[in-house]
Design a protein around this ligand. Structure first.
Ligand code: SAH
Ligand code: SF4
Ligand code: F3S
Length: 460
């Protein structure tokens, strides 16, 4: 029997154990990135088929899942706080407690849970998500503690159930793992090597989503532009082009591309397909060529700027977002000035800023020239100040333009207005002058710019 059939058999087994219980509930807390989010949707899909219904209230749950992240240190404190909080529930009620995700691929973390939190029932890794039904079966039928983690790269499992968080936008994982080993980053150690999904399977999934009424697709992977297809659809550029051809899909995003692999063919596909997002994520990490080399990023400051300029030249309506790490080991004041210089030159519309966090097991962790905490924080504040000084100007340039808006729903704070997003991910608020549902698309003329949103008027 193939593994996928075994997994499905266990879904059925657990369903049989649960089928006479009317109100079994699960809750899931997702602590990581969009890939982690997408894994949670798969976990929810399996749980629903085993007769669990979703609740956002921990007290009501019969099964609690934490889907962890370990990219930065604060994630650990947060997880251990949460496990401590649910201890009472575990004691008072026979809740099943399952912890999965990237942090569970770290041996010392699994050891710590075993020692300090022995009441945790299931620990599963990123390569064994599909085996969760079997783990639950063993807990229910044998009252065993289960630790189901493999170190080697998992296979790709197609056709597992999925319960999506939204009815109009969906994420589709196109590749797993990462081969880049940036020296600060733990992801390649916990997610394994790069494995690409079969292009036809990806397109089939997106065609189905289009039929179900989905309008926005985000292609996911740690390094999407190193995607490898088959003889027909060979690489990321060709896959992106095919996705854009699917009727019904109106917005296509992808995250994350690596600047070193942002080849001209990808830029050409973006240029000719207006469906592709007009906010391109180009993760800079540092603006210093010296630091970039030490980070193993494989591009220089000049090459990064050249790529951004080339994209801008071929697709003039594109804006950029980026990730920046402040205070990597050995970063001098001059290196940091280089980062500020790139930020001034490229004028990113969105910057995700991080203070360097030492991750055991990575090359960066072994360095002795770590930047003191106070300097890291001071640099972070300076970067933030520079970024925020540009926000007004960046927003004001939208005034008077006409934007295609994907409606998200009525505004939370004001039911007389709707909220939507542009294809550059800007929030737009407009007055309610008719009935729309999430996922509807309209054109808006932007009339006002505020710090965190734009105001618009519907045009025909
Ligand atoms: N594969 C993606 C990023 C995954 S992690 C990419 O290459 O763009 C998301 C972001 O977290 C990274 O881009 C980086 O900016 C940040 N990050 C990763 N490791 C970090 C660390 N040890 N300390 C601080 N930030 C880190
Ligand atoms: Fe981490 Fe670099 Fe891989 Fe991104 S490309 S996941 S930053 S190692
Ligand atoms: Fe975190 Fe894993 Fe994503 S470490 S950032 S959840 S790939």
């Amino acid at each position: 029997m193939q593994q996928i059939e075994i997994d499905k058999k266990y879904i059925e087994e657990v369903y049989n154990l649960n089928k006479n219980c009317d109100y079994l509930k699960y809750t899931i807390m997702t602590m990581g990135c969009q890939l982690n989010e997408n894994d949670s949707e798969k976990i929810s899909g399996m749980l629903e088929e085993m007769n669990y219904k979703y609740t956002d209230n921990f007290e009501d749950a019969d099964l609690i899942v934490f889907n962890t992240c370990c990219v930065r240190e604060n994630a650990e404190e947060k997880l251990f706080g949460k496990i401590g909080e649910v201890k009472n529930l575990k004691e008072n009620k026979n809740v099943i407690l399952a912890i999965g995700g990237c942090m569970m691929q770290e041996k010392n973390m699994v050891e710590k849970i075993k020692k300090s939190y022995p009441y945790v029932d299931i620990v599963f890794g990123t390569h064994t998500i599909h085996k969760l039904p079997e783990d639950i079966f063993r807990v229910l039928s044998e009252r065993n503690k289960v630790r189901d983690i493999i170190d080697i790269d998992g296979d790709i499992y197609e056709g597992m159930p999925i319960k999506r968080n939204s009815s109009y936008k969906a994420s589709v994982t196109i590749m797993y793992g990462c081969n880049n080993f940036c020296s600060y980053c733990i992801v390649p150690y916990v997610r394994g090597r790069e494995r690409s999904r079969d292009p036809e399977r990806i397109l089939e999934e997106i065609r189905m989503l289009a039929k179900e009424g989905y309008k926005e697709i985000t292609l996911l992977g740690q390094n999407v532009n190193s995607y490898k297809g088959d003889d027909k659809i060979k690489n990321f550029a060709e896959l992106l082009d095919e996705v854009c051809k699917i009727d019904g899909i109106e917005f296509v995003n992808f995250i994350s591309p690596h600047p070193k692999d942002f080849t001209d063919d990808v830029i050409e596909v973006i240029a000719k397909n207006p469906k592709v997002t007009r906010i391109i994520h180009l993760p800079l990490q540092s603006g210093s060529t010296k630091v970039l080399k030490e980070m193993n990023r494989k591009y220089t400051k000049e090459q990064f700027i050249e790529r951004a300029n080339k994209i801008k030249k071929m697709c003039p309506d594109v804006v950029f977002s980026t990730d920046i790490i402040v205070g990597y080991a050995g970063e001098t004041e001059e290196d940091f000035e280089d980062t500020l210089d790139v930020v001034r030159q490229i004028n990113f519309e969105q910057i995700y800023m991080f203070i360097y966090s030492i991750r055991e097991g990575t090359v960066g962790a072994k360095r002795e020239d770590q930047v003191p905490e106070d300097i890291k924080h001071a640099r972070f504040d300076r970067l933030k100040e520079l970024y925020e000084s540009r926000v007004d100007e960046n927003n004001e340039k939208y005034i008077g333009t006409c934007q295609k808006i994907l409606i998200e729903g009525l505004s939370k704070n004001n039911p007389n207005t709707y909220t939507g997003r542009t294809n550059t991910n800007k929030v737009v608020i407009f007055d309610k002058d008719g009935d729309y549902k999430p996922g509807d698309i309209i054109n808006c003329k932007i009339t006002e710019a505020h710090k965190w949103y734009l105001k618009g008027e519907k045009v025909n």
